[in-house]
Ligand binder design. Structure first.
Ligand code: SAH
Length: 216
């Protein structure tokens, strides 16, 4: 099944305008939203809502984040072409595809085996440079560290030490922290002892949970 390309372009353009009006000003972020087709990361049942600025359900009772949230976190990350970026919480794969479209080398981890398998296949087709891994994001991906940037797309109870350790000097971690509701934090690593922490608005994410979930 395909979506009418004329309607699709119009819907994408309208979403980009909405993001601009809400304060997203990084042209590279806005450009990625006009290239990556969000409906491809959803079941066709939700396609009619794919370009609305709302979160939507995906497999395994998880959610694809609201476009504004994805754009906001990506803007905080100040992505440069060629950045090596780790994402915690692959989910639908949409955030990974946005970072990929901005020229980053993306590594992403998902803890739910079923969701990982579905999304890995999709990413192989939509953004084949992305390295999708199955595992617990609290551990990060030491085998691929260090990273220029790390983005956490689930609500973290704390800032995991392992993620800070896997950042390069002057690397940036964008992470929503809190139970229930989260505060968006941007932590810049100066060196192993010194970090700069900035706090941004409140958001609601699905929780970051320990351990992996196997196929039932
Ligand atoms: N970035 C995703 C957002 C998906 S919701 C997107 O663009 O669609 C967050 C995801 O984080 C869920 O799929 C959830 O299963 C996953 N998650 C939660 N805790 C995790 C952990 N400890 N390690 C890896 N993934 C985790």
């Amino acid at each position: 099944m395909a979506m009418d390309s004329y309607l699709l372009k119009g819907a994408q353009k309208a979403l980009v305008e909405k993001l601009k009006n809400k304060g997203i000003s990084d042209d590279n972020v806005l450009n990625a939203f006009s290239v990556v087709e969000r409906h491809q990361f959803l079941e066709s049942f939700f396609w009619h809502k794919a370009y609305e600025d709302i979160p939507l359900p995906i497999y395994c009772d998880q959610t694809i984040s609201q476009p504004y949230t994805v754009a906001y976190q990506t803007q905080l990350l100040s992505v440069d072409k060629g950045d090596k970026i780790l994402e915690i919480g692959t989910g639908s794969g949409f955030q990974a595809a946005i970072l990929n479209a901005m020229g980053a080398k993306v590594y992403t981890i998902e803890r739910q085996a079923e969701l990982y398998q579905i999304t890995k296949k999709l990413l192989n087709r939509m953004a084949p440079r992305v390295i999708a891994c199955y595992g617990d994001g609290f551990a990060g991906l030491p085998q691929y560290a260090p990273f220029d940037k790390i983005i956490v797309t689930c609500g973290a109870p704390i800032v995991p030490e392992s993620l800070l350790n896997q950042l390069k000097p002057y690397g940036i971690l964008v992470i929503p922290v809190g139970q229930g509701e989260q505060v968006m934090k941007r932590i810049t690593k100066i060196d192993d002892q010194n970090y700069k922490e900035e706090t941004f608005g409140n958001f609601i994410f699905v929780p970051m949970l320990e351990n992996i979930v196997k196929i039932k």
